[in-house]
Design a protein around this ligand. Sequence first.
Ligand SMILES: [Zn+2]
Length: 317
Amino acid sequence: MAQSHRPEPGQRLASGTRSPEPITWPDGKTAAGCLTFDMDAEAAVLTADISSVSRMTPMSHQSYGPLVGVPRILALLERHDLEATFFVPGYSAQRYPEVVRSIAEAGHEIAHHSYFHENTVGMDEKTEAAMLDLGLQALWDVAGVRPDGYRAPMWEMNFHTPRLLAERGFLYDSSLMDSDHPYLLAVGETSSADTLVEIPVSWGLDDWEQYAFLPDLIGSGVIESPTKALEMWTLELEAMHQLGAAFVLCCHPFLSGRPGRAAALEHLVERMKSLPGLWITTVGNVARHTASLNLSPRTCPQPILPADAPWVPRPPG
Ligand SMILES: [Zn+2]
């Protein structure tokens, strides 16, 4: 349950291997459900293979997201009177400014999702900071938005990323996978009063794994049935609801915006609405609620490789 203790600056934090605990929810609510949409558009594919810029068909597959998927998803959300969170790379915002403004005007949350959907694996702090700033500037220029939240491209966080986010005033991240429940993430290695709210995710709740077929480029390479995806996500939704956790679904408009998939998503939305006490809201609202609970921060410590063990492989560099 919610803790009132907060470590003093400089105090060594409790073990980062401490299990995250359930949190309390607003009155009348017992769990949360967030619909999130990553409007990657072309950026995710261009980053994977920049030569794809000359491949008209894959580019058109990606532009389907903002051009067709987003309007269909906005209509779905309006039918059910729901607010969602859209994570948008800065480059995609600049390419589709009217679409991003239409999302904001419909009352949905716009959050940061890198600049160019860049591959952050192994990226140094300075470069990552510059890319974060480019993304911030783009969302500001296009929609006048200063986002509260961040999601790393491909959910790939570096151990230095949370501090870069806290330094830029972000309230939350939604990229890590070590909990069913939102929690406070300590920013820094061993001690800090600075925190970031973490709203955890998992690959099992991402439509990328189900539908992202892009020949020779990127993605899961499969096209699963929406019935299968709906079955998986419904089982997870019901179990997360029982746990009092935060169910965070990640969909991409270029994937789940297709008609049959959007129909399956609408069935899921109807199931969400039928669950008693499920707070269907934005990730930002869940983060603000979590921040209000005065939880004790926890760490997500980097594994320490055993010393003097020559058979253990070493990372490059
Ligand atoms: Zn993405």
